[in-house]
Structures are given as C-alpha cells and as structure tokens.
Design a protein around this ligand. Structure first.
Ligand code: 13P
Length: 346
C-alpha cells in the first residue's frame, strides 16, 4: 500500500506536468458560470467538464484532475464515465472530499473545514469510482481584530489537526492526500506578513501530520505562494515572490514530501505561471514544484466557451495553451513571449 501511495504521489508531479483543479463546488461553479452568463445546470456543468477532459494532447502537461462529487459520477458525451476517460489518457482521477470551510466556533472571522464525519466510508466509495488521490482545503484570513491579529493559533491548529485526520484516513484507504492550507491573499498586508503567517500555518500542519503518523512520501502539499496582499500598495515582483516562498518552504516542508503543487488563488493566469517559473528557475529543490490550478488554468477557456457548442474548440485551445505554459514553468523554461504563440483565442 505504501509503495502505491508513493508512486501515485510521484506520478502526480512527473516532470513537466501538474494538476487541473476542476472540483468547483456547486456554489463556486455557479459563480464561474454567472461570469459568462451561463446557467449552472447539471448538463452545462457536465458539458463544460467534458470539454476540459477531452482536450486532445493536454495529458502531456496534466498528470491528474481533481473532480467534485457530482463530476466523478458523470460521463463524457460518448458515455464513458469521466474517471475512466481520464485514466485512458494516463491522467489520474482525484476527488475533493472536504465539505467546505464553516465558521469556527468562538472565533469571529475564522473558519474550520468540515467533512470528517463519515469520511472513511466516502473514501472507500470514491476509490471504487476510480479516485487515487484527494484534496482537503483549509483557509486562513490575514487581518486584524480587536482581540489580536488573524489568523489565530486556535484556527491554525484546529485546521492542521483536521487536515492530518483527513490525510491519515486517505492513506488508510489507499488514496494520496493533497493537504491544502490556503492563506488567503485578500487584504493590504505586506509580503513579509504573508511569509510569517504561511510559516506558522506550515509549522502546525507538519507537526500534526507527524503526530498522526502520516507517511509524508505518500502526500503532496498544495499551498498558497507567498505574495503581497492583493490590496497592498507595494506589490512584490516574481523574483521576490520566488525568493520568499522558497525561504518559507525550505524552513517548514520536509524533504520527504515529493511535491508542492501550488494553488493559483486569484492571481492572473500569467502571474501564476511566471511565479512558478521563477521558483523553478532558482535551481533544483528537494521537492518537485508544480501546479494544481483551478482559475489560472481555466479562466481563458471559460471565457472562450460561453456555453456554446460552437466555441468548444477555441476553449480547448485556450486550456491547452495554459497547460503548456505551466508545463514550461515546471522547469523554469517559461518566457512571457511564449504567450503569443498558439494561444488561439481572438
Ligand atoms: P485556484 O487555483 O483557482 O485557487 O483553485 C485551486 C483550488 O483547487 C482551490 O482549492
């Protein structure tokens, strides 16, 4: 079992490849569809995921796809269930298993991610449906309150504990857990604040993972990059982001972890690619540095699609292009000039 987990984790961060996060919950996909004026019906959601998963050749850059509970049960237009379709292209199916961030009791403005009750049974079912890895996302807000700065140690440690409980249950079920502690970049905080909060979060996470006996070689970390708050007047450039993000991870993430797969978290597509590229350009690191992007892989495709069958090809070209750019960023070979070649979106 341990060996299979290690192999799956390593395959997800194979050279030149990363993960597509297509696990938007019903609420989130509705928001994305609202932005292009498409109604969020079950069939529209299916058609959109179909478009992404059947994009020809994208498996050159995509190792795995994270699905939502509804999506893992849906099928492509030719009737092939999505997990089987992905497997047939050598893409590993994954599943989001958390039930979302809910208000944390006695902690105004902070959240705890729920979904542990009944998780053992759900994991068994998901494995039967083809899932070989999973995702659980905790979120932390940076801010000030009368009682002190956020996030509190209380929110950091309760979420770390839940992430570790989830990870242990996944490994018991033969599923690689992606642990996702996301420090949100909304706000006017500086990049130095982002560094210190991300450090506290990672310290708690790896303490809990060790205490709960999680085998790190069979996990992946999905973190935020260390960025300036989006409303901060001084925005750090790609080199500074790369330098501080690496400083943080060298201090807190054990070398046993095979890969770090970043979330994009509301950065522009090209910033998400350029920041990943800058980190990989710094040289070889103890872990693979890759991507597990949602918005930064999908935004141009969503815009090109607009719910019209006639736009499917243009949308697939746009998705393929972003996957290829991020594939190049995996080895520090990305350059902004490459954006002009073959994006195929007018
Ligand atoms: P973004 O890349 O859009 O942040 O989404 C990644 C993800 O899966 C968040 O949980």
């Amino acid at each position: 079992m341990a060996q299979e987990l290690h192999e799956t984790a390593r395959a997800l961060v194979a050279e030149g490849k990363g993960i597509l996060a297509a696990d938007e919950s019903d609420g989130t996909i509705k928001k994305r569809f609202d932005s292009i004026g498409v109604e969020s019906t079950e069939e529209n959601r299916r058609a959109y995921r179909d478009l992404l998963f059947t994009t020809e050749g994208v498996e050159e850059f995509i190792s795995g796809v994270i699905l939502f509970d509804e999506t893992i049960r849906q099928s492509a237009s030719d009737g092939t269930p999505f997990p089987q379709l992905l497997e047939s292209k050598g893409v590993i199916p994954g599943i989001k298993v958390d039930k979302g961030a809910k208000p944390l009791a006695l902690a105004e403005g902070e959240t705890i991610t729920e979904g542990l009750d009944g998780l053992r049974g759900r994991l068994e079912e998901y494995r039967g449906l083809g899932a070989r890895f999973a995702k659980w996302r905790a979120t932390y807000t940076i801010g000030d309150t009368i009682g002190g700065g956020l996030p509190s140690e209380y929110a950091i440690w309760t979420n770390a504990h839940a992430l570790a409980r989830y990870a242990a249950l996944c490994q018991e079920a033969g599923i690689v857990p992606i642990v996702e502690p996301e420090v949100l970049m909304d706000g006017d905080h500086t990049i130095e604040t982002s560094l210190s909060v991300t450090s506290r979060v990672l310290h708690a996470l790896y303490t809990e993972l060790r205490d709960q006996r999680v085998d790190l070689e069979g996990t992946l970390l999905k973190p935020n990059m260390v960025l300036s708050g989006y409303e901060c007047s001084e925005q750090a450039g790609h080199e500074r982001v790369a330098e501080l993000t690496m400083q943080c991870f060298y201090r807190h993430v054990p070398a046993a972890v095979p890969g770090i797969v970043f979330l994009s978290g509301g950065q522009s597509d090209e910033d998400a690619t350029a920041n990943l590229n800058a980190m990989n350009a710094l040289g070889s690191h103890p872990w693979q540095l890759s991507f597990s992007y949602g918005r930064a892989l999908q935004a141009p495709a969503l815009k090109a699609w607009r719910g019209e069958q006639g736009n499917v090809e243009a949308a697939q070209r746009a998705y393929y292009h972003r996957a290829k750019m991020n594939g190049a960023a995996r080895s520090g070979m990305y350059a902004p000039e490459m954006e002009r070649e073959g994006a195929g979106v007018s």
